[in-house]
Design a protein around this ligand. Sequence first.
Ligand code: PMP
Ligand code: GLU
Length: 398
Amino acid sequence: MHLSEAVRSLKPSATIAAATKAKELKQQGVKVYEFTLGEPDFNTPQHIRDAALEAMNAGHTHYTPSAGILQLRQAICDTYERDYGVSYKPNQVVVSNGAKHSIHNVLSALCGPGDEVIIPTPYWVSYSALVELTGAVPVLVETTEESGFCLSPEQFEAAITDKTRLLMLNNPCNPTGAAYPVSTLEGLARVAVKHRIPVLSDEIYEKLIYDGSEFRCFATLHPEVKDLTIVVSGVSKAYAMTGWRIGWTLAPVDVTKAMDNLQSQQTSNPCSISQYAALAALNGPQECIDEMLAKFVERRSYVLGRLREIPHITFAEPGGAFYAFFNVSHYFGKPLQGGVVVNDATEFCTALLEQGNVALVTGDAFGAPGYVRLSFATNIETLAAGIDRLAEFLNPAT
Ligand code: PMP
Ligand code: GLU
């Protein structure tokens, strides 16, 4: 059949593709040390699962308003008021099928052919693909390990043209773990206000912050920036709820209305049962976040300690999220375990999976050649065994 131009050049999500490959190997009976997918390994907390059962039994198994049930939209507003002191009303909220869907809604509402969207690299793999689906052009601005992988206000301003429709910011960042300093965020907000550039602020990792770094919601950074900000977040990472598919946007009323219209035509509403589960997540006890965070703190420090022991690997310490993103380019062109020679990060990941049964994601997928991403959202025993194997894989060349 004739495929549309939009999908012909569309590649599958590299993170999901890497995870699928690892799962296939596992099904063949191979013991794979899997660090691909960015999702907490914990089960969703009990009280949230209970709320979903109660919702089903109470008959909440029907269509809901397309932007989501009012109680959930109100709970989202209450959460932002409580956590960040920023006021939103339920008519500024659209609940969607995961934050990925929320991002798609924002891009579809704001961008079209000929428009430009500024994306700092390294970026989460779906950003550029979702921009391209709208016909807009991703304008990639490189950030480096030396700058902690943070976009500077000067870089942002220099990338603005009269076609710029949006800046996509991800704080804390997947894949780098960069947690932006407040002063940098304030500088970015000033540039956005000066040039009236909307900002999609993807804050899905907002609760996963390390070493006492401060998280600030982008909408709070400048008195005039809220009207230019579309906050994206959700329950996937903070409450270990990736499978429930609940994300949201907080935005000015006109953009919210446009996204609500779009969603009502495209997908009706997000799953009713998941909405009640998300309601319980936001309104219920929050200790579960601290408990999971404590595990991530332990894993992060273990992984960084181990990586520091491996010669010639470099990285910027992740201040948030649950990824170690490190440069392995020293090892290109040199014989590794089994005499294998690799020339880029994609070949590196393929060879590491074949030789050591360790699954990472190539930095090429994130616009960062020479780097690989390791998700430490898994237990220490698996991390220990996997990093042992990574070290063995590199050993002949060290
Ligand atoms: N943004 C970033 C930066 C992510 O890493 C992810 C990955 N899950 C998402 C958005 C999408 O999250 P969700 O599972 O809620 O669609
Ligand atoms: N965001 C996660 C990751 O980067 C989940 C996979 C995906 O949605 O791409 O691994």
